[in-house]
Design a protein around this ligand. Sequence first.
Ligand SMILES: Nc1nc2c(ncn2[C@@H]2O[C@H](COP(=O)(O)OP(=O)(O)OP(=O)(O)O)[C@@H](O)[C@H]2O)c(=O)[nH]1
Ligand SMILES: [Mg+2]
Length: 429
Amino acid sequence: MNDNIETKKAILCSVYSTEEAASAEASLAELERLLETAGGECVAVLTQVREAPDRRTVIGKGKCEELCRLCNDLEADIVVFDTDMSPSQIKALEDEIERDVQVIDRSMLILDIFAAHARSAEGTLQVELAQLKYTAPRLVGHGREMSRLGGAASGSIGSRGPGETKLEIDRRRIRARITSLEAELENVARARDVIRKSRERSGLKRVAIVGYTNAGKSTLLNRLTEAGILAEDKLFATLDTTTRKYTLPAGSEILLTDTVGFIRNLPHHLIKAFRSTLEEAVYSDLLLIIIDASDPEFESQLKVTEELLADLGAADKPKLYVMNKCDVCEISDVLREISADGENTDFASISAVTGEGVDTLIEKLERMLGQGKKRVRFSLPMSAGAVLNEIYSNAENVEVDYTPEGMEVKATVDEKLYGKFSRYITEEE
Ligand SMILES: Nc1nc2c(ncn2[C@@H]2O[C@H](COP(=O)(O)OP(=O)(O)OP(=O)(O)O)[C@@H](O)[C@H]2O)c(=O)[nH]1
Ligand SMILES: [Mg+2]
């Protein structure tokens, strides 16, 4: 879907206060990755330290002139600001710059990527809704009309609009479309609810794979379940949730769900639009928090992840922190400290690509879900020879004592056997 995006030359702009300097730098580096993911090329970066962004043009007058010059000299097609902008700020800047460039903000760029990557009906509806609410007001009514809302397949950065909406769209139509999209999404949400309830009834434990974008969530689910999800070195490769059954070593089945990645400054309207998808984490019994240990920014990325989980109401779930990509980096001690924080947390380091550490991860997962093997004592009557036979063939380390009353059997059993003969269990370790 991304194939026919022409490469646009982009200038990235960031305005920040002195205190924000460190995080602004990381955010700007990420903006560049977002741009690449969207198919653009960064030809220059312009930064300005200001205590507050200029109300009219975000950057100050001098910087505006510099930007204008850069646009001309470098023949830029697009300017991307690393902050949210109002429609009038976008218009003012486009007016200031002589060259015919397009000015967009971080949210619009993210939405653009979402538009290119959305695949499911729900994802497409959610993106279209968010674009109509956010991008459209920033495009309409300032000369260029809605020609930029061109449909996902046809466009280049900033122009991929909701598919069915064409040139002639006006505000009234946008409002009507928003209303109908909201109704459609409600239906989809209801259908999702039905599926969720049926999953609940199945009694299977649910584990959500969550984390920062590009951490390796899909790669891990693919490794475990051959789910065949697209995993690539791009931000927001996954926009839809995928759930697969997985059988733990002790025999019990669980449901594993791959989710949309998180990112810093995830636009609020996007969180709202994607809430039902993001909420998958809320309905799980345990969170596998995947961290890209090879990324120098992993600590701040983890912070963003934890904050978003808290926003979604999933902060109190049991958490298993997974330091991924251990094939290409050293695992820092920072994570061990974090995971030592809570009662219901643990830590594993893996490589989703090579498979290193994955067995240990699964053992921990099994233990945290309380579905591991258990050492128990059965008190069996003499007549229960068939039960003893079954224990012999399915359990480990079986020890039998014959007593006048019957048989005392110690064995390490999986959940299935445990459930099947629980009426004979008199002791558990
Ligand atoms: N070296 C190395 N690369 C990995 C590992 N796990 C994932 N990757 C790479 O990291 C990139 C992102 O992986 P994905 O599985 O798409 O990440 P994700 O978390 O699903 O990302 P989004 O869906 O975009 O949020 C891909 O290029 C993977 O090949 C790993 O253990 N080691
Ligand atoms: Mg993914």
